[in-house]
Design a protein around this ligand. Structure first.
Ligand code: NAI
Ligand code: MN
Ligand code: ZN
Length: 337
């Protein structure tokens, strides 16, 4: 089988590997398509502290089950499925309270174990979620990125009284904007980014209003508009954002962060406690695949709006390069296997 492997930071090869066999309790997926994510680039560039090399990357993948391991019903062969990259132990504290995404023994497919940029991938049978016929292949490939927004929103519980501010109009910001509007029906969504082309995408994906904070002072703009956000999602993830979000937030607001920066950021308790703000963080997803598949089946979200490029896997190096360098034109890139 052909696999896209990062041999060591900076070295990407398309390898011929021995066909993987599903172990007990696992299924094997013949991958049809896979999405490129910032974290794939981080592993490529050596910026992911969890990655071990060589590694087959890719954690956003769709295909059909073509083989099952011991203990898995053979009737699953042929199912159209997407793979949840979160592989957890099932018995540690986070697992036992329904948060396998922060399992003490977490194994992320495409990070800690070999991933979906491959003709075949194996994973636990319970991580392979069946896709209804009504959902197109490309849309199915987008389930995983939407589970990030679903995990954040499930914690924050947005509603029609909310005025939401979303920092960052990359894939993570855009999936969040779609969910806030299409699923939760918030009153207003404001997107903030430094790139006009990305803000244009935010509008296409449902933002009511956009602000370019490279040219405008966000605080002054919001004051002029009389807006105090009640729900803020940081999908840009610069350490300077959380203190700013705390300052901008309405009393009783919720703020959600998803960044992994190890840089310190300076907060003061008074700014949080005086408004009784709630801070959430969200990592990957905790069993949110069925939720997102439901959103897609009901057409509450439009995954196709994020897909700007498609390549065959043999062009993966070019695809990764466009994804990395062209933030103005490029959002989500899919690879066909
Ligand atoms: P991206 O790089 O495509 O998008 C980030 C956007 O934020 C860009 O459009 C950029 O112009 C904008 N931005 C940067 N600094 C800004 C600032 N100070 N103010 C306003 N906008 C600013 O990245 P993507 O894929 O959308 O991911 C966003 C972040 O989410 C990344 O930091 C990534 O590590 C993180 N992430 C977290 C996950 C989690 O489970 N917690 C999962 C996936 C991504
Ligand atoms: Mn991803
Ligand atoms: Zn666990």
């Amino acid at each position: 089988m052909k696999s896209v492997t990062i041999m060591q930071p900076g070295t990407l090869v398309i390898e011929e590997r021995q066909l993987v066999e599903p172990q007990r309790g696992e299924v094997r997926i013949r991958v049809a398509s896979a999405g490129i994510c910032g974290s794939d680039v981080h592993i490529y560039r050596g910026h992911n502290p969890f990655a071990k090399y060589p590694r087959v990357i890719g954690h956003e993948f769709f295909g059909h089950i073509d083989a099952v391991g011991e203990g898995v019903a053979a009737s699953r062969i042929g199912e159209r499925v997407v793979g949840d990259p979160v592989v957890s132990c099932g018995h540690c504290y986070p697992c036992s309270v329904g948060r396998p995404n922060v399992c003490v023994h977490l194994q992320v497919i495409g990070v800690h174990r070999d991933g979906g940029f491959s003709e075949y991938v194996t994973l636990p049978a319970s991580n392979a979620y069946r896709i209804p016929e009504s959902i197109a292949d490309n849309d199915a490939t987008m389930v995983e990125p939407f589970t990030i927004a679903a995990n954040m929103c499930s914690q924050m519980n947005p509603g029609p009284l909310d005025t939401a501010l979303v920092y960052g109009a990359g894939p993570m910001g855009l999936t969040s904007i779609q969910a806030l509007r299409g699923v939760y029906g918030v009153k207003e969504v404001i997107a903030v980014d430094r790139i006009d082309e990305r803000l244009a995408m935010a509008t296409v994906n449902g933002a009511h209003r956009t602000i370019n904070n490279a040219h405008l002072d966000l605080k002054a703009e919001l004051e002029e508009l009389g807006i105090r956000p009640t729900l803020i999602i940081d999908a840009a993830c610069h350490p300077s954002i959380l203190p700013e979000a705390i300052a901008l937030a309405s009393p009783a607001a919720r703020i959600g962060i998803m960044g992994f920066s190890s840089e310190p950021c300076i907060l003061n308790q008074q700014a949080i406690t005086s408004k009784e703000l709630t801070l959430y963080s969200s990592r990957l997803n905790s069993n949110r695949f069925p939720l997102v598949i439901g959103w897609m089946a009901e057409r509450k979200i439009q995954p196709e709006k994020l897909i700007t490029h498609q390549f065959v896997y043999s062009q993966v190096a070019e695809a990764m390069s466009i994804f990395e360098k062209d933030q103005k034109q490029c959002c989500k890139v899919l690879l066909r296997f």
